[in-house]
Design a protein around this ligand. Structure first.
Ligand SMILES: C[S@@+](CC[C@H](N)C(=O)[O-])C[C@H]1O[C@@H](n2cnc3c(N)ncnc32)[C@H](O)[C@@H]1O
Length: 361
């Protein structure tokens, strides 16, 4: 089973005592310490600090992170980006413990916020995949154009950065667990067969050596069928003593389906690229209190839905630790995913619950 594959990545997080060092809005946040849970179908919004909730949540296939930006955007958001790593680190560590090999993290932030936090993500086993630019369009220049004083061009973008897990597997005789690409080579080397035989195993002229066993950046993850062909061939023709090959538990080879679950889900959509042209949220979608928008950082439902749909299947679990108006929870509801969201400011929590309760499912 995949659960046996990478114990570290599947282990649930131990309850933690540590908190982010930077907590300037203590009073307001303390009021949120009494947990409340709002539920609609399989979608839940929890009131309070997400850090307290992770151990109770089911492992996610998708994490939508839209937390502090370092722009004083909401209570608890520091004024500059320099504190972001210390604020995010306990969350990032917890996500790493809870994540599956198939989990994708979508990390929203400003360009500088992301750059500042990126090393912390890498430190905790998150592998950069791609940076998506949310282009809000030139309409967003209005109110953002004090450029003579600021001496820079107006900013009309945010980023949503895709990360996946750095998956490693135990390998007999190797000094440490190996990344998938290394593990494939290691297992084949153990058979005593030349690498050219991987082509014969897969019934191809040279594609297996060129794609699945290359050491360079052009490496391809073998599809389930090719993986099973390799394992079958290795177990039939490789040294008797080393069998089974391509095994994690030493008793049997990994199945094609299990192999497939060792990488993040991703459905490539035709016509979608890494620039997401979408105006800021407005009109009926924007949650307001009287005439004023409640939350400056509310994300377009369409973009959050896109991220969820391409990286998970119906029934999978989404986490939205920094809920705000809980766009991720609503997107999960509307795409038949389960969701655990958290929001620690009681007023935001109440509005997000109303939104989830009254929106189309
Ligand atoms: C940028 S906003 C999220 C906006 C959201 N994506 C939307 O579309 O409405 C971040 C929110 O996370 C909340 N927050 C920050 N740290 C939190 C934590 N540790 N636990 C729960 N909520 C948190 C803030 O109160 C804020 O409302």
């Amino acid at each position: 089973m995949v659960v046996a594959v990478e114990a570290a990545s599947l282990r649930r997080l131990r309850p933690r005592n540590s908190r982010p060092a930077w907590r300037p809005h203590g009073d307001l946040l303390e009021r949120a310490q009494q947990t409340a849970i709002f539920k609609r179908g399989n979608v839940e919004i929890w009131r309070g600090d997400a850090l307290r909730f992770y151990p109770a949540w089911t492992s996610p296939t998708v994490i939508i992170s839209d937390g502090p930006y370092g722009v004083s955007g909401f209570p608890g958001d520091p004024p500059t980006a320099e504190h972001l790593p210390e604020i995010y680190e306990p969350h990032i560590e917890a996500w790493g413990h809870a994540a599956l090999p198939s989990t994708t993290l979508w990390f929203w932030n400003t360009e500088l916020g992301w750059a500042t936090v990126h090393p912390t993500l890498v430190k905790h086993g998150w592998e950069y995949r791609s940076c998506h630019i949310w282009n809000k369009g030139s309409g967003h220049v209005a109110g953002n154009a004090n450029t003579k004083t600021l001496r820079k061009f107006p900013v009309i973008t945010e980023v949503c950065v895709q990360y996946v897990r750095m998956v490693t597997l135990p390998a007999p005789g190797a000094p440490r667990p190996l990344a998938l690409r290394e593990w494939l080579r290691h297992e084949w080397a153990r058979t005593g067969l030349p690498f050219s035989k991987t082509n014969e195993a897969c019934g191809v002229r040279n594609a297996a050596t060129r794609k699945y066993f290359t050491k360079d950046h052009l490496w391809y993850f073998p599809p389930a069928e090719a993986f099973e062909q390799l394992a079958r061939y290795a177990n039939r023709h490789g040294h008797r003593i080393g069998r089974p090959y391509f095994s994690i538990d030493g008793n049997r080879s990994v199945t094609g389906q299990e192999w497939d679950s060792l990488r993040a889900k991703f459905e490539c959509r035709f016509g979608v690229h890494n620039v997401w042209n979408e105006p800021p949220v407005r009109n009926g979608e924007r949650i307001k209190s009287g005439p004023r928008a409640v939350h400056l950082n509310q994300k377009p439902l369409s973009l959050v839905k896109l991220a969820i749909e391409v990286s998970s299947d119906p029934g999978d679990v989404v986490w939205e630790p920094f809920g705000g108006m809980c766009t991720g929870a609503l997107a999960a509801l509307q795409t038949q995913r389960s969701c655990f969201a958290a929001e620690r400011v009681p007023e935001f929590f109440d509005l997000a619950c109303d939104r989830l309760a009254t929106s189309d499912g």
